[in-house]
Design a protein around this ligand. Structure first.
Ligand code: GCU
Length: 623
């Protein structure tokens, strides 16, 4: 449903917002703090919860006046009603415009297509204290910096547009009692020199409450998190309880398909680990995406999660899935639904459509670029049998690698992503960065993030997309050997390279065969990006850029090089679908879309789609 408008505002907003952006220098409003990550509720879908989605009211504050110069006249975080005593109040939530949550404001209203700045959202929340229960507000994602108020009191802040955060409102409800409460969310989409991503990135900055909001109810003593992964022939399950009597509590764990229930006692911290023998059970793989129900039960709580049983590791230059070498037949993908006008919010059905199109291409692997996609994407991939690369938006040189604040932010985002998805069989790789400069600060920055990941989840591979590679020259004139020498490679399990020979380079697709790639590390290597722009339906001589024919030719030639690249375990070409980007200006061929998709925004398959599909069919036949 489109936003309802009381009056029309034409054009000006974009320009005003741009000014604000420059002035902000990081996120405004007293710097949304980089909160030490509160270890959130795992397995949201397994919880009792109420969706707070639907129609919310909203107020734009393009000059961030309320944030920078707060007064009662514009205290949007409260639901103030003017009376004789209040004096003038220059807003009224009950008559403000409406917008659907989840969603992005850029497609909610034409005037907001380019809006970048703070927007306040309001809705009532009818609830009250529940005997023996805790109530937690859970936000799946708010882009970019969020501030949350309940009844005019600030209760939480979060920075990062793609990971979940939550706030326990039990005590507040105890104090304020049952009834109608005022919930206000400020979403500030602006980025700055110290944000993640920074000031420049090649995707549209969709602003808003872009994923669902939930009121989650858990028992006073509840199962906060369950982390399951294979260790040899055993399933290792770490359980963390929360609440007064989390310590020394008894619990039972069972896995469908395996015998018996496994009893355990938590330690004083409310933690326990259980090992379950899984001999005879089916290992999860793209060909057999078998899932089993893992149930954890305590005296007061019960949590079930559908999990797959698989191992992923490297051996020399190979990647092994369940101990067998695997070739990653991949494609990269942004989180944008199919349609004439893309949107950030991708529902389950829309995510399934995107993943199904990747499967039609012959993929067993998808690179979720360049930020954490919605929770349900990994769960769908578990079910559909697609391996995933999950990434945080440490992107390009636009990151303040020497800033402790930015480092804390990147660590927070990575922790939130890993904690959310570390029991998903489909997620086989964590990526800590894309196309970052080879500086000491950068390497130290990312090594810190990598160390966090290794301690939070030692069961998966770690990678990063590298593009600062060295042309060591070739045997014959005109030839090149592109070598990965990035020092970050030392800390990675899989070396991934982005290369754009035939598009950004000065070679034509016909000259791509002059290039070969190698990595100086005794590690698996993959191509995490390559591609060319093509406007769907635009055909012509293959030498002509922007034609489907040029793109197809580039794929044909690049795939030949892939075949001959030693230790190449896979690829994730750039990318599945054309996507919105404010830095793609060619009026005839781009029109603010990045056109490197193999399918158009509405799903039209370009010639290169079939080139890659043939290649993957052959590869699958070889497997
Ligand atoms: C880069 C980058 C992508 C970008 C792509 C392109 O490699 O990682 O985010 O969209 O190239 O130029 O199309």
């Amino acid at each position: 449903m489109r936003a309802t408008r009381r009056n029309t505002l034409k054009g000006g907003l974009g320009a005003i917002a741009a000014v604000q952006l420059v002035a902000a220098g990081g996120v405004a409003f007293g710097q949304a703090s980089v909160s030490p990550t509160t270890l959130g509720l795992g397995n949201l879908p397994g919880r009792e919860r109420r969706a707070l989605d639907g129609t919310w009211r909203y107020i734009l504050d393009p000059f961030d006046v309320a944030g920078r110069k707060p007064t009662g006249r514009r205290s949007f975080w409260q639901n103030r009603i003017e009376t004789d005593d209040t004096g003038l109040i220059e807003y009224e939530w009950s008559s403000s415009d409406e917008m659907t949550v989840p969603g992005d404001w850029n497609t909610a209203e034409p005037e907001l297509h380019y809006y970048d700045g703070p927007v306040y959202f309001y809705r009532t929340l009818e609830t009250g204290p529940q005997q023996g229960l805790r109530q937690i507000l859970y936000f799946e994602a708010v882009n970019y910096a969020a501030t949350i108020w309940l009844n005019g009191v600030e209760i939480a802040r979060h920075e990062g547009g793609f990971t979940p955060f939550q706030v326990d409102i039990t005590d507040i409800l105890q104090r304020t009692g049952s009834g109608v409460h005022d919930l206000v969310v400020r979403a500030d989409s602006r980025h700055g020199p110290e944000t993640v991503p920074g000031l420049d990135f090649d995707w549209k900055n969709w602003g808003g409450i872009t994923r669902s909001v939930w009121l989650v109810e858990v028992p006073a003593n509840y199962i906060r998190d369950v982390y399951a992964r294979l260790d040899g022939d055993e399933l290792l399950v770490d359980i963390a309880l929360d609440g007064q009597s989390a310590g020394n509590a008894s619990l039972d764990v069972s896995l469908s398909g395996s015998n018996g229930t496994h009893a355990a006692q938590t330690d004083a911290e409310g933690r326990a680990t259980v090992r379950i023998a899984i001999a005879g059970l089916t290992r999860w793989s793209p060909d057999a995406p078998q899932l089993y129900d893992l149930t954890v039960e305590t005296q007061s709580d019960r949590l079930i999660d559908a999990i797959g049983l698989r191992t992923i590791e490297t051996r020399g230059r190979e990647v092994l899935l369940n101990g067998e070498p695997i070739f990653l037949r991949g494609i990269s993908m942004h989180e944008e639904a199919f349609g004439p006008e893309a949107t950030r919010e991708v529902s389950q059905a829309e995510a399934r459509a995107l993943l199904a199109e990747a499967q039609s291409l012959g993929c067993n692997f998808v690179r979720l670029a360049h930020y954490p996609h919605a929770d349900h994407v990994a769960r769908l991939a578990d079910e559909m049998g697609i391996m995933l690369w999950a990434e945080i938006p440490v992107y390009w040189e636009e990151i303040a690698y020497d800033s402790p604040r930015t480092l804390a932010l990147a660590r927070q985002m990575m922790t939130e992503l890993v904690m959310r998805d570390r029991s998903r069989a489909s997620v086989v790789m964590w990526s800590v960065a894309n196309e970052t400069p080879q500086s000491e600060e950068r390497t130290r920055f990312l090594e810190t993030v990598i160390a966090d990941v290794r301690s939070l989840d030692p069961s998966r591979l770690i990678t990063a997309a590298l593009n600062k590679n060295v042309d060591v020259g070739g045997v014959r004139d005109g030839e090149s050997i592109i070598e990965v020498r990035d020092p970050l490679g030392e800390s990675l399990d899989v070396v991934a390279i982005n290369q754009y020979e035939g598009w950004y380079g000065n070679r034509t697709p016909g000259e791509i065969s002059q290039v070969s790639f190698r990595n100086s590390y005794e590690k698996p290597m993959m191509f995490s990006e390559f591609g060319a722009g093509a406007l769907y339906g635009h055909r012509g001589p293959r030498e002509e850029r922007w034609t489907e024919d040029y793109q197809a030719w580039l794929y044909e030639e690049t795939l030949k090089v892939v075949e001959t690249t030693p230790g190449c375990v896979g690829l994730a070409p750039w990318l599945l679908k054309d996507f919105r980007s404010p830095r793609r200006w060619h009026g005839r061929f781009q029109d603010l879309w990045n056109r490197k998709g193999l399918v158009s925004p509405e799903g039209g398959r370009k010639q290169a789609f079939f080139v890659l599909q043939d290649f993957y069919r052959r590869k699958a036949g070889e497997a």
